[in-house]
Write a protein that binds this ligand. Structure first.
Ligand SMILES: [Zn+2]
Ligand SMILES: [Zn+2]
Length: 227
């Protein structure tokens, strides 16, 4: 056995430990749900019997972004994988997701034209300190490497550290996130906002509101998973 073969263990699936080409095996990958019947605006899953293209929430309070593109449902094996990526900082999982997001991004711009910039949802300094990094930047790594997209992490800042939104209801979330971002004037008309998991969309909606106030005309959203 050569030196490197001894050093590098055979790649195995981080979910089921079976042999895998990447960090997730084909069987686990095929269990990730990518439901097509979603609200065109916020990507929430709609019942299959539902004939409208938008959910009730978007119809009554339309968000500041126009469309949400999503890779997965935040459920089962996929939710586990995202948790492993976010909280254990497993680099190979970030790499795997970054490749999947890159594929989706390429098909989006092929169909609808490109964006003037991509803006990842800014985290508070406290949260970055806790985690050691902003995982959304890692999700954008392959897009940054393989495309000429501008990834702007300078013009928008998080100016308010919010409580974890997961413990709050929709009304409390909206209140908590209000005024959380500040944006400098930017030369973009069409922007793509990126985050890992969207639960209610309150943070992304607040970010979209903030940047439309400084001259951005339209925002779409790209997320890894939707709850
Ligand atoms: Zn597996
Ligand atoms: Zn909706």
């Amino acid at each position: 056995m050569g030196f490197y073969q001894k050093l590098i263990p055979k790649q195995s699936c981080v979910l089921c430990f079976e042999t895998a080409k990447f960090c997730v095996c084909k069987t686990c990958e095929s269990s990730f749900v990518t439901n097509d019947n979603r609200c065109l605006c916020c990507a929430v899953r709609l019942p299959s019997s539902f004939s409208l293209n938008f959910c009730g929430e978007c119809l009554s309070h339309s968000p500041a972004f126009s469309k949400t593109y999503v890779l997965y449902d935040y459920s089962h094996a996929c939710a586990q994988l995202i948790k492993q990526f976010k909280f254990n900082h497993q680099l190979c999982i970030g790499d795997y997701f970054a490749h999947q997001l890159h594929n989706l991004y390429c098909s989006i711009i092929k169909e609808n034209g490109s964006y003037d910039a991509i803006i990842p949802l800014p985290l508070s300094r406290v949260r970055i300190k806790e985690r050691g990094y902003n995982q959304t930047h890692e999700l954008l790594r392959i897009i940054a490497k393989n495309t000429n997209a501008i990834i702007d992490t300078k013009n928008v800042r998080r100016i308010k550290a919010t409580k974890p939104l997961s413990s709050l209801n929709l009304v409390q979330r909206k209140k908590e996130i209000k005024g959380a971002f500040s944006a400098q004037a930017m030369p973009y008309k069409k922007v793509l906002l990126v985050d890992d998991v969207m639960t209610t969309g309150s943070s992304l909606n607040e970010l979209a509101k903030t940047i439309t106030k400084v001259g951005v005309e339209s925002c779409d959203v790209l997320i890894l998973a939707r709850t």
